[in-house]
Design a protein around this ligand. Structure first.
Ligand SMILES: Nc1nc2c(ncn2[C@@H]2O[C@H](COP(=O)(O)OP(=O)(O)O)[C@@H](O)[C@H]2O)c(=O)[nH]1
Ligand SMILES: [Mg+2]
Length: 412
């Protein structure tokens, strides 16, 4: 494995070492690896490997076929070996794990991935290789811009699952990708290494696109054809489980859309309500808004602020874990918003709240702790509680941000 890595690494920097120069000059260097994830695909594997081999032949490629197997029990491995493909055993289960294992073991400068169930025609990878040679980092196949043969995709995937998830994906992570889940795609080894992919299941397909977009990689798209798969049993993909895994992944990687923007809207609406009825009741025609509206405004502000600050925590976490895109402003933000400043700001906000409630309590004491006139006295109570809640949230989040950032500051 280490050997493979240094071999490939040296390819991109041929002058870096004598070994590099040696590798660069090797006559049988592999340009393209066709990597197929495989779990019990004995019915179709042979045809897929043959198609990939035909692509290698037609394109006069220096290529190899790698079968990333997840412990098939139907003899897939023997079929692959007999066909001259290289079998890589990947112990960790799942579509993403299998592909990552296959990519790591592959020797090509370019990696083509595709299912082993005959739903894709590997000969259609040739234009992808052209695009990679022309400098693309990731080349996506698009079934929607190409062709979907009758019976190849259930209508719920055709009209709901894929378009909706692709739309959300493009909204969250702007990219020219029309088909987020296409299984036939190509990427350069350099891109694979830069993306630091992590997910083990079918959501791996989304992770690759999302991160490529976030890292600003060059993404190209090639129309392709989807054929009905050639096997007699049901697909591994489970509609609800895997659809949800994709959606969950998009949502967790985009705190901007799941937390930050909704939180900001809530915060804005809440602040507006507080401003409108904070000083006294507001009558619009026959409708009067009073302290109850103020309480709703307070709730919106608190929940909105929690969402916004949680989004920031998620962003820091993603940055620290290299799950999201690199962020240039993060380092500077840590310099400006230090733990001490956060604690001071939180204490100041909570202090304002304590002052308002303190004044009210003083007024109450003056009346001998008797009954208070609700519509007047509830206002400073609600406002004060809101300030205290927001202040305490600021204190707590300052600690959380700081904890999340510790690792980065330890290793600059
Ligand atoms: N190695 C491995 N391959 C898998 C796994 N799940 C799916 N695959 C392969 O991924 C490809 C796509 O799977 P499939 O069930 O056809 O899903 P669909 O085409 O998205 O409906 C096929 O080649 C499968 O053999 C897995 O857990 N491990
Ligand atoms: Mg399939």
């Amino acid at each position: 494995m280490q050997l493979v890595r240094s071999f490939v690494g040296s390819y991109t920097r041929p002058a870096a070492s004598t070994i590099g120069v040696f590798c660069f000059a090797m006559p049988d260097e592999i340009e393209v690896s066709f990597v197929m994830p495989c779990l019990d695909e004995a019915e179709t594997l042979e045809a897929c490997i043959r198609a990939a081999q035909e692509a290698i032949e037609t394109g006069s490629l220096k290529g190899e076929v790698v079968i990333a197997d997840n412990g098939s029990t139907d003899g897939s491995q023997e079929i692959a070996t007999r066909m001259g493909a290289r079998v890589v055993e990947v112990p960790e289960r799942g579509y993403g794990s299998a592909l990552m294992g296959g990519f790591q073991a592959a020797r090509g400068r370019f990696l083509i991935m595709g299912d082993a169930d005959e739903s894709y025609d590997f000969r259609e990878a040739l234009p992808m290789i052209e695009a990679l040679r022309a400098g693309a980092d990731l080349v996506m196949g698009s079934r929607f811009r190409g062709r979907i043969e009758p019976g190849a995709m259930p209508w719920s995937h055709r009209w709901i699952g894929n378009p909706v998830l692709s739309f959300i994906g493009r909204l969250f992570f702007p990219s020219p990708v029309s088909d987020f889940h296409c299984g036939l795609r190509g990427l350069s080894r350099k891109a694979f290494e830069a993306l630091n992919l992590r997910t083990t299941g079918m959501e791996f397909a989304s992770e690759m696109v999302v991160k490529a977009s976030a890292h600003g990689l060059r993404i190209a798209e090639v129309p392709i054809t989807l054929h009905p798969d050639g096997r007699s049993r049901a697909p591994h993909l489970r509609r609800w489980r895997d659809g949800w895994r994709h959606l969950r992944f998009l949502m967790t990687l985009s705190p901007r859309w799941t937390l930050f923007l909704p939180g900001l809207v809530l915060l804005g609406v809440g602040a507006l309500l507080l401003a409108l009825v904070g000083l006294g009741p507001l009558a619009l025609g026959s409708v009067t808004f009073d302290v109850h509206t103020m309480l709703a405004g307070s709730l919106f502000v608190i929940v909105g602020y929690q969402a916004v600050t949680t989004a920031i925590a998620a962003r820091i976490y993603a940055f620290e874990e290299e799950l999201g895109p690199p962020v240039a402003w993060m380092g500077r933000a840590f310099e400006v918003f230090t733990l001490e400043r956060g604690l001071l700001a939180g204490a100041a906000l909570a202090g304002v709240g304590a002052f308002l409630i303190g004044q009210l309590t003083w007024h109450w004491a003056q009346t001998g702790f008797g009954p208070l006139e609700t519509s007047v006295t509830l206002r400073p109570m609600v406002l004060g509680s809101t300030f205290i809640a927001v202040g305490i949230q600021t204190l707590l989040m300052s600690f959380l941000f700081s904890m999340l950032g510790i690792r980065r500051r330890r290793s600059p």
